[in-house]
Design a protein around this ligand. Sequence first.
Ligand SMILES: N[C@@H](CCC(=O)N[C@@H](CS)C(=O)NCC(=O)O)C(=O)O
Length: 219
Amino acid sequence: MVVKVHGFPVSGATRAVTLTLQELGVPYELVIVNVKDGEHKSAEYLENMHPFGQIPVLVDEDGFTLFESRAIARYLVAKYGPDSGLAPKELKKNALFEQAMSIESSDFAPYAGGLGIEVMKPMRGLEVSQERVSEYTSTLEQKLKVYDKILSKQKYLAGNEITLADLLHLPLGNFITERAGFKGLTATPNVARWWSDISSRESWKNVLAEGQALMAKLS
Ligand SMILES: N[C@@H](CCC(=O)N[C@@H](CS)C(=O)NCC(=O)O)C(=O)O
């Protein structure tokens, strides 16, 4: 059985998983969950796939099922690319990797995700709060100034080698840049250099192309 990712092509959390698979060179099938019709809230989905009614969910080749994109990404690296360097194993390199993973989930995702949710509100018939947009934007700009300092001393967030911690910024970072007009990822020299580096990876280009192709089929 092939690895299956149950999700939606433009969902950031789904992309975090497919990006990891692309990076590891693992073939997979993206199974579309019909979020527009609320498939992810159906009793069957809640029971068998994701108790919180979200995407993505991984169903591995042996049937093992896992939700939460960061947990899935780490599982995939441990299983399919333990020596890929995407999650370093040596004690201190691993500690710096864990530090960078926490930076992504504590200092980036809450604000980038909040901004993303805010600008998507009109699609659900809701009004955008400009106050919240400004708050998320300015907090993220402040956080990225700290990123710039870190990235002035090293190439990537966990050191001089790329890890999952860098890659996991791509889906939300791309979304807020494209859909919310966020400029912070190109505003300071070291962040701009890092952003351009990770954005130009083949794995990410494949994820974007896959999203475009699947969305064209769905429309
Ligand atoms: N922490 C979760 C977040 C997943 C998440 O927010 N998924 C969104 C799509 S990107 C979703 O399912 N939204 C629908 C909902 O929450 O009802 C992860 O990283 O997997």
